[in-house]
Design a protein around this ligand. Structure first.
Ligand SMILES: NC(=O)CC(=O)C(=O)O
Length: 304
C-alpha cells in the first residue's frame, strides 16, 4: 500500500514577525528587541522573526562599526553581545528565533589586519542553541538614477550557501536575507528540500518596497506553494535609509494573511500544514514539472 509522505509542517504553529524600530544604540536595540520578542511570545508565537540589521542602522557606513565576530562558536560575550542576546531571547521565551541579521566580522587568522564583513542571520533553538547561520548570498548592489544607489559589495562579502534549518517539532524552514528574495532559484532549492516556510528578514526601501516587496513575497509563495514571511525594520525617517516596513506573511496560495504598515508592530499568523497540502493537491505543480524540458535547479551542485 502506498504511504503518503510525512506532512511538511508537523503541527500548526504561530509565526510572528517583529517590525522593530531600531536606532543607533546597539545596547538599546538589543534590549528593545528582547522586550518585543517577549511580547510576541506571550501571544503564543513559537517561531519569531526579527528584521535585517536589527541591531544597527542599515547602511555600508555602519556595517564595520557594528560588526561582531561569531567565531569561535560560541563567541565570547564581550565581543559578540548580539549573539548572546539572541540566544537568551530564544531560551527565555522557549521559542525558535530567526534573529534577523547582524553585521558579522571575520578576522583572518594569518593576517589580523585583514577583515571580512558579512550580513548574517542567526537562528536559535528554544534552548538557546545556535541552529544555523545564513550569510546574505546576493549583495544589494543597485543603481536607480535619482532614486537609490546602494552597493553592499563595497563593504560586505557574500555568503555561499542555501540555508535550510530543521525545527524538530515543526519541520524545515528556508532562511535568506532581503535581496536574496529576488532570486527564485535560491527559494526553489530550499523549498524542494522540504521546507514549509521561507523566511526573509529584509529591509526594502521606499523606492523598491512599494514596487516589489509584497509581490516578491507572494511570488516565492506561489512558486513553491509554501508560507513566506517577510520581516522588515520599522521606518525611521531620521535615518539615512528609509525602510519600507510592510512585514507580511503569505500563505501557500500566495494570499497575504497579514501585512504591517511602516510603523513598529508585530504581525503574526497561524500556519497550518493542511493549507500546504490543499494548495499542492488543487494545483499539482510537483507532479507536473518537465525536467525533460528544463533542468531541476534543486539537483544542481551547490556550495563551494
Ligand atoms: N535591501 C536589500 O537587500 C534589497 C532591497 O531593498 C531591494 O531588493 O529592493
Amino acid at each position: 500500500m502506498a504511504t503518503s509522505p510525512p506532512p511538511l509542517l508537523k503541527q500548526p504553529v504561530k509565526l510572528a514577525c517583529i517590525q522593530l524600530a531600531s536606532g543607533p544604540s546597539k545596547p538599546t536595540n538589543l534590549t528593545h528587541a528582547a522586550s518585543k520578542v517577549r511580547e510576541a511570545a506571550l501571544t503564543g508565537a513559537k517561531i519569531i522573526v526579527l528584521p535585517e540589521c536589527f541591531n544597527s542602522p542599515y547602511g555600508c557606513d555602519y556595517f564595520p562599526s557594528y560588526a561582531e565576530p561569531l567565531l569561535p562558536s560560541p563567541p565570547p560575550l564581550e565581543t559578540s553581545p548580539s549573539f548572546h542576546a539572541l540566544s537568551a531571547m530564544a531560551r527565555n521565551n522557549n521559542i525558535y528565533l530567526i534573529g534577523g541579521s547582524i553585521p558579522e566580522l571575520v578576522v583572518s587568522l594569518t593576517d589580523p589586519s585583514s577583515k571580512t564583513y558579512y550580513n548574517t542571520s542567526l537562528t536559535f533553538s528554544p534552548s538557546g542553541e545556535l541552529l544555523a547561520t545564513h550569510r546574505k548570498v546576493h549583495l544589494f548592489d543597485i543603481d536607480i538614477p535619482g532614486k537609490i544607489t546602494f552597493k553592499e559589495s563595497d563593504v560586505l562579502s557574500p555568503g555561499d550557501k542555501v540555508t535550510v534549518v530543521d525545527l524538530p517539532e515543526y519541520g524545515k524552514v528556508g532562511i535568506a536575507i532581503c535581496y536574496d528574495v529576488r532570486f527564485p532559484e535560491l527559494a526553489m532549492i530550499a523549498a524542494r528540500q522540504g521546507c514549509f516556510a521561507l523566511i526573509y528578514p529584509g529591509a526594502f526601501n521606499t523606492t523598491t518596497g512599494p514596487m516589489h516587496w509584497r509581490l516578491l513575497g507572494q511570488a516565492r509563495a506561489v512558486d513553491n506553494q509554501v508560507y513566506v514571511a517577510l520581516c522588515s525594520p520599522a521606518r525611521d525617517v531620521g535615518a539615512s535609509y528609509h525602510a519600507w516596513g510592510h512585514s507580511s506573511i503569505s500563505d501557500p496560495m500566495a494570499q497575504v494573511l497579514v501585512e504591517a504598515d511602516e510603523n513598529e508592530t508585530i504581525v503574526s499568523a497561524d500556519l497550518d500544514g493542511g493549507r500546504i497540502e490543499e494548495a499542492r493537491k488543487g494545483i499539482p505543480l510537483r507532479d507536473q514539472r518537465r525536467f525533460d524540458v528544463y533542468p531541476d535547479v534543486s539537483k544542481a551542485k551547490v556550495g563551494p
